[in-house]
Design a protein around this ligand. Structure first.
Ligand code: 13P
Length: 287
């Protein structure tokens, strides 16, 4: 059964580790992530962007697929199904469809509007026992056509949002989605520390987990990060492994053209990526 992230976040905060959110794109992705989480006895959050939601034929299709896998793959670790960077309407649609967690990204609204919309969604989530992630300050890079500039959040605004009673808070600290430019100056730990000081026990979320070096990840966890999002790294791993299969001509040998064979190396590559990140985040054995 799907669970919210509330208990996962509380345990991660107490245990000084982070739970990975891995974005899904299709059946292979979902299966690879769930099997790895089960094997490593790690809690896990499946992330769905609005674009991926459309691609997978709508939120209820995804809920059906994930619930089916939890049962048929005999998954026992805590799994949350979470909307990533959702609009207000998408958050409501996911709640309706059976997601166990949503992110409302109101970071592009004036703070008053972000506060008002976040409050409405908290009320709905509380009623249904779901978790809600809010965001302050745009996070840089590009995801599903949304471009930001590596911005940092205002700690005072973070406190305003945290005080509403959100489950977890994403705050920009110079992190970027996707590949980091060679001249990226690194995470702003001064900003993270200021946010931590104003928001207290609030579990913080670090987006853009693909290209952040291991030492910075560890320091961010020490400073209160309890959830780290990973998307691009799995995409690159999958595509590289698939390209290798084709380039080696394996699709031309025997029944190598069978899609289950073509996609198998990509699935293994996603598994290896998820394993590496879960080990780095410290969530292995924490289910
Ligand atoms: P990456 O694509 O950089 O891993 O970021 C993922 C993310 O933050 C999803 O919200």
């Amino acid at each position: 059964m799907l669970v919210s992230t509330k208990e996962m976040m509380a345990k991660a905060r107490e245990g000084h580790y982070a739970v990975g959110q891995f974005n899904i794109n299709n059946l292979e992705w979902t299966k690879a992530i769930l099997l790895t989480a089960e094997e490593l006895k790690s809690p896990v959050i499946l992330g769905v962007s609005e674009g991926a939601g459309k691609y997978m034929c709508g939120y209820s299709t995804i809920v059906g697929m994930v619930n089916g896998m939890l049962e048929n793959l005999k998954i026992t670790v805590p799994v949350a199904l979470h909307l990533d960077h959702g609009s207000y309407d998408a958050a409501k649609a996911c709640i309706e469809a059976g997601f166990s967690s949503v992110m409302f990204d109101g970071s592009h609204y004036p703070i008053e509007e972000n506060l008002a919309k976040t409050t409405e969604l908290i009320n709905i989530c509380n009623e249904k026992g779901l978790s809600l992630e809010a965001e302050v300050g745009a996070i840089g890079g590009e995801e599903d056509g949304v471009v930001g500039g590596g911005e940092c959040a205002d700690p005072a605004e973070c406190k305003q949002i945290a005080d509403l009673g959100v489950t977890m808070l994403a705050a920009g600290i110079g992190n970027i989605h996707g590949k980091y430019p060679a001249n990226w100056p690194g995470l702003r730990f001064d900003v993270l520390e200021a946010i931590k000081n104003t928001t207290g026990d609030m579990p913080l979320v670090l987006h853009g987990g693909t290209g952040i070096p291991a030492d910075m990840i560890k320091r961010a966890i020490d400073l209160g990060v309890c959830k780290i999002n990973v998307n691009t790294k799995c995409q690159i791993a999958f595509t590289e492994a698939t390209r290798k299969y084709i380039e080696e001509g394996k699709d031309l040998v025997g029944k190598g053209f069978d899609p289950r064979k073509v996609l198998a190396p990509g699935v293994e590559a996603i598994k290896a990526t998820v394993r590496e990140k879960m080990e780095l985040f410290g969530s292995v054995g924490k289910a």
